[in-house]
Design a protein around this ligand. Structure first.
Ligand SMILES: NC(=O)c1ccc[n+]([C@@H]2O[C@H](COP(=O)([O-])OP(=O)(O)OC[C@H]3O[C@@H](n4cnc5c(N)ncnc54)[C@H](OP(=O)(O)O)[C@@H]3O)[C@@H](O)[C@H]2O)c1
Length: 240
């Protein structure tokens, strides 16, 4: 079993399968300096595109692949679909459902970080950016705004001129997110539609405070059999 990971669900799935005696290799991209490691075997680093992944699957006599990568990890998702098709290995996608607005939410849906940046000046001057450290160049020209940028590892340039970096990783609580928004006098929040409960406390805190949220839509993924929970993925693997 190969699990393409980098998410809490991928770690959880590896733990569940190892506990049931399944031989699991989890694959991480190697982006984060000190990743939380799953149980079972772990390999780190890219495969070398579709060809490299297809080769890896054949060389390791892989029985099945679960793509449990983050909904915004576009390239590895596309590579997994193509490489498993070529290698004749079954593929399951484990994708947590996206977030849905609730009464009281003021959400602005956008297609990408560039669109998010274009919306900001009309929504507020003090921005909480929680979209991760990739793609922050989209906000670099917004000199009239101030940004609180939260990510796991330090982001590289270009960054917006006025900013503070907060290195942290979830899960977060509504109380701590509310305090953070208040202490930094945040007026607007930017997030990807990551889904799940690990990082949704900021949305509830923003709702309570009546703050607008710019939500980046998920990019399209290739067609694949898909489940939304770790339990369903465990069933799929055990029934193979
Ligand atoms: N994008 C996000 O917002 C986000 C958020 C949280 C966690 N993550 C996790 O961080 C990782 C990288 O995300 P990304 O958006 O940079 O990915 P990406 O753009 O889809 O992938 C870029 C390249 O990184 C390598 N790669 C990505 N995930 C890999 C994995 N699990 N194992 C081995 N190689 C992997 C592949 O290299 P080769 O072509 O050489 O194989 C891939 O072509 C993913 O595993 C994802 O689950 C991403």
């Amino acid at each position: 079993m190969l699990i393409l990971g980098g998410t809490a669900e991928a770690r959880e799935l590896a733990g569940e399968l190892v506990a049931r005696g399944v031989r699991v290799v989890s694959s991480l991209a190697g982006r984060v300096a000190r990743p939380r490691l799953p149980e079972g075997e772990v390999r780190v680093g890219g495969f070398g595109g579709v060809d490299g992944l297809a080769r890896w699957l054949a060389e390791h006599d892989t029985g099945a692949v679960v793509d449990a990568t983050h909904p915004f990890a576009e390239r590895i998702g596309a590579n997994a679909a193509e490489a498993t098709r070529r290698a004749g290995v079954p593929l399951l996608r484990l994708a947590r459902p996206g977030w849905q607005p609730e009464p009281g939410d003021v959400w602005h849906w956008v297609d990408d970080l560039g669109d998010a940046a274009a919306r900001l000046p009309a929504l507020g001057r003090r921005v909480f950016l929680t979209s991760g450290r990739q793609g922050l160049a989209a906000f670099a020209g917004l000199d009239a705004l101030w940004f609180l940028i939260r990510c796991v590892d330090p982001p590289g340039p270009p960054l917006p001129r006025a900013h503070e970096i907060l290195l942290d990783r979830g899960p977060y609580t509504v109380d701590s997110e509310r305090s953070l928004l208040r202490d930094h006098r945040i007026e607007v929040l930017v997030t990807k539609d990551s889904g799940g409960t690990h990082t949704d406390a900021k949305l509830r805190a923003a709702r309570e405070l009546g703050l607008p949220v710019v939500v980046v839509r998920r990019p399209p993924r290739p067609e694949a059999e898909t489940v939304g929970t770790v339990g369903e993925a465990v069933e799929w693997v055990l029934n193979r």
